[in-house]
Design a protein around this ligand. Sequence first.
Ligand code: PLP
Length: 449
Amino acid sequence: MDKKLLQSADAAHLMHPFSDFKEMVEEGTRLITNAEDAYIVDVDGHRMLDAMSGLWCCNLGYSRKEIIKAIDDQLNTLPYYNSFFQCTTPASVELARVISEIAPEGMNNVFFTGSGSEANDTNLRMIRRYWDLKEQPEKRIIISRKNAYHGSTIAGASLGGMNGMHKQFSRLDNIVHIDQPYWFEEGGDMSPEEFGIHAANALETKIQELGPERVAAFIAEPIQGAGGVIIPPESYWPQIKKILAKYDILMVMDEVIFGFGRTGQWFGSQYYDIQPDLLTFAKAVTNGYYPLGGVMVGDKVADVLKSGGGEFTHGYTYSAHPAACAAGLATINILRDEKIIEKMAEDTGPYLQQRWKELGEHRIVGEARGLGFVGALELVKDKASRARFDDKCTAGAICRTMSIKNGLVMRATGDAMIIAPPLILTREQVDELITKAERALDDTAEALG
Ligand code: PLP
């Protein structure tokens, strides 16, 4: 493999998502060539423990031949057929059935898409159709949260609350954002529990300001993932549930990151005891081996959509792609048969959290938080005041580089270092992760002086 040739062709021809094109051409890209178990290997043979599961998707790591075989078998039997105009395939029916077995209660229908962004577009279409069929067409507004990530299509990015993204396009109407439950950054003098209630009450304030009769839905990730693993205080979700129950507003849970085991339950909704009306999933449903996303539809919404009559004029060429569905089935079978989620919840999850919290003692870590198999470290110059190093998030970028140098993939969201490792890590691999993260923190502290 000719590294230089590939890198120059990359710079000449390939435009990467969420990348600075100018910087990429100047500095080159990281060329990943192989992967196995929980590790990725670059073109120079540098092996890294991938504590991000690719892009939050390879929950079972990189070596699951069963999924590859299921895709291969399906491609050899029926490589493609669509699900438009009342057509279907055995793999898509079976996956829809199996998903309804593991879904939060009362979510017995699935609409498949090719990605999480497409699934959130689908949510918008379903929410609108639902309220139209209920003869409440004035219910149009969707409340989301600042710093949320809901994808990168125009609808997904409008639903999301990322300022940097909003600057680059014109947002859709009828989407408003409230504050996020980010205690470390925004909690001030409040205790986490007080702040959780305060942040949840922002929803009620917004509903009253807009008029409940105009609010169609509230969308949220159980824990904001890409925003920096923002774990809400324990008081947050119960209060949100109370507020949503008081007004006639649909709850959309975006579980693209937390679905399929990351909290120690199949879905974050189950972890937080939330009953969504619509649930977005993608990524880990196929262990990242084949593109697939979708919306689980609760009975309340499905019954209205199904009884409405008239065509639902929405869908994608690859909705319910048979090979993607075969990959989804194989993935869920492994998670179930090998009790991967249960084992993580009982053993390696608590162990990872215990060890991760130890990193909170490091002199540049202001907070080490985590849950299940996710974690975040807030990098600070001063622990007591939580002051950052500077306002350009250089500490996060440096720590990311140091982490890679030390053989560990962590992601930087601003100055928060985040992890979401494959659920299959052993205790020894958890130790390896912590040792490497500690070295990366030491190197970062040294580089920052
Ligand atoms: N929703 C959430 C919570 C996500 O984290 C993501 C992607 O990271 C998406 C939606 C978009 O998914 P996709 O990149 O598959 O379109």
